[in-house]
Design a protein around this ligand. Sequence first.
Ligand SMILES: NC(=O)c1ccc[n+]([C@@H]2O[C@H](COP(=O)([O-])OP(=O)(O)OC[C@H]3O[C@@H](n4cnc5c(N)ncnc54)[C@H](O)[C@@H]3O)[C@@H](O)[C@H]2O)c1
Ligand SMILES: O=C(O)[C@H](O)COP(=O)(O)O
Length: 529
Amino acid sequence: MATKILVTDDISQAGLDILSGLEGAEVVVRTNLTPDELKEAIADADALVVRSQTRVTRDVIDSANKLKVIGRAGVGVDNIDLEAATRRGILVINAPDGNTIAAAEHTFAMMISLARHIPAAHRDLLEGNWNRKKWVGVELRGKTLAVLGMGRIGTEVAKRAKAFGMTVLGYDPFLTEERAQSLGVKRCDLDTAIREADFITVHTPLTKETHHMIDAGRIAQMKEGVRLVNCARGGIIDEMALAEALQAGRVAGAAIDVFEQEPLPIDHPLRRCPNVVLTPHLGASTVEAQENVAIQVAEEIVHVLRDDTFEHAVNLPSLSQRQKERLAPYLALAEQLGLFAAQLAQGAPSSMTVRYAGDASDPDGGYLTRTVLKGFFSFQYDGEVNYVNAFRYAEDAGLRVQEVRESRGRIYTNEIEISVATDNGTHRVTGTVLGEYGPRIVELDGYPIDTPIQGILIYTRHEDRPGMIGRIGTLLGDRDINIAGMQVGRRETGGEAVMLLSVDKSVPQDVIDEIAKHPGIRLVRAIEL
Ligand SMILES: NC(=O)c1ccc[n+]([C@@H]2O[C@H](COP(=O)([O-])OP(=O)(O)OC[C@H]3O[C@@H](n4cnc5c(N)ncnc54)[C@H](O)[C@@H]3O)[C@@H](O)[C@H]2O)c1
Ligand SMILES: O=C(O)[C@H](O)COP(=O)(O)O
């Protein structure tokens, strides 16, 4: 069956060409869909490509039966229900820097238009007037510009403002003093930025913290005659408060590209305000930016669908090819250990500690824990759990996950150990990657063992006395189950012993029950990897 890539907003042809180049791909472009049409179109899609117009709600995501990835040809992903996508294991990627310059230039165009009344003067002239006195503006030189959000776009705006002779105040929790100095920007808190600026421009994402970051209270703290610019996201500035302040003349002007509701409603008060410059979300609308983001997102989608490395996932840390290669042997070990631990630790799991030691204790370890959890929950939810949603499964199960890192392995050069506490007690399994022998189990519930972590295994804990192993062997033989390998271990003679058998076929539950009934058997598990 073809790989269906559904594109529901206008993206540049260069991006569509890349998508069509994927072997076996069918690219379906359908724009301006109603929510119901979108739900129908997405049902059999493998990938979805959008800009800011398509609303990818939980409902839409739940209508997708085999969606792997949502690509946003642009930066903001606030039109995508990230939580719902993550829970379903759907990767969300964006194109974070393809439209930075376009958005920064648009911000400047808006600020200058506002300062010099260009749109209003233009309209006035077209109406037959020649009002040179009416449209006297202000200069940018010598004014103070507050940039709220000093990320990619905020930084480019700040650089341009410096070239215009402005004093630039930067507010961003992640802006370091060193970086501010290198940009010639004065780092300050929000209150100072709000109080001291002649122009204020916002460049943050829309989040719970930034929603109405500029409201009536903040506007009241601003200089009389301040000018505001929003080319980031509707909702960062409270539009109603802004409209009132514009009408009252407290705010001298506002240039707004993005709105709480898009398209901007016909009766919206901002349409009737004096000194506003309004554009219909055009920040990224340049030929260059649209080509950049379309190419970036299309290439990433192709990588994801081909199972190659990708860079710009929003709901999953990205790995470079080099990191992926370095981690590869440990990924296999971590996943197998997770799957093993799930079958070992029966009962409701409440906490898991994963210990990484030696070469397995590398900085990309966060990925390994996702892999452990992927293996762990795959046992119960086969085919549904992946790297994107593995932590969600842990959260939903109420499983507390802790990571421990040790620079040296206790015995081996690399070790991964999983301890799982359940209402039935705690179990522990340790593995290592042993060169060309690959991933192996080297310790089980504190007993030394050495066996490849693969195939079908039977694990017993029993009294260390003569005849135990023989009896289990006979029972399996009677049921035509061939033993391919055997490992035994104990700490002291006559105490408790463990045995890990590798067998050639699945072990029916009644065989496990029969082994469990034998006198002296304390625990038995069948484990399939
Ligand atoms: N109008 C358009 O067409 C258009 C085009 C591109 C991007 N955008 C929007 O512009 C915004 C910025 O994009 P970017 O590429 O620069 O993103 P970015 O991630 O590079 O920068 C965002 C910055 O905001 C900062 N920030 C986050 N929360 C903050 C808070 N509470 N207070 C202060 N700073 C905070 C972050 O630390 C970060 O430095 C986004 O909302 C994006 O969607 C709009
Ligand atoms: O976040 C973005 O990249 C911008 O808002 C651009 O949105 P657009 O792709 O709909 O123009």
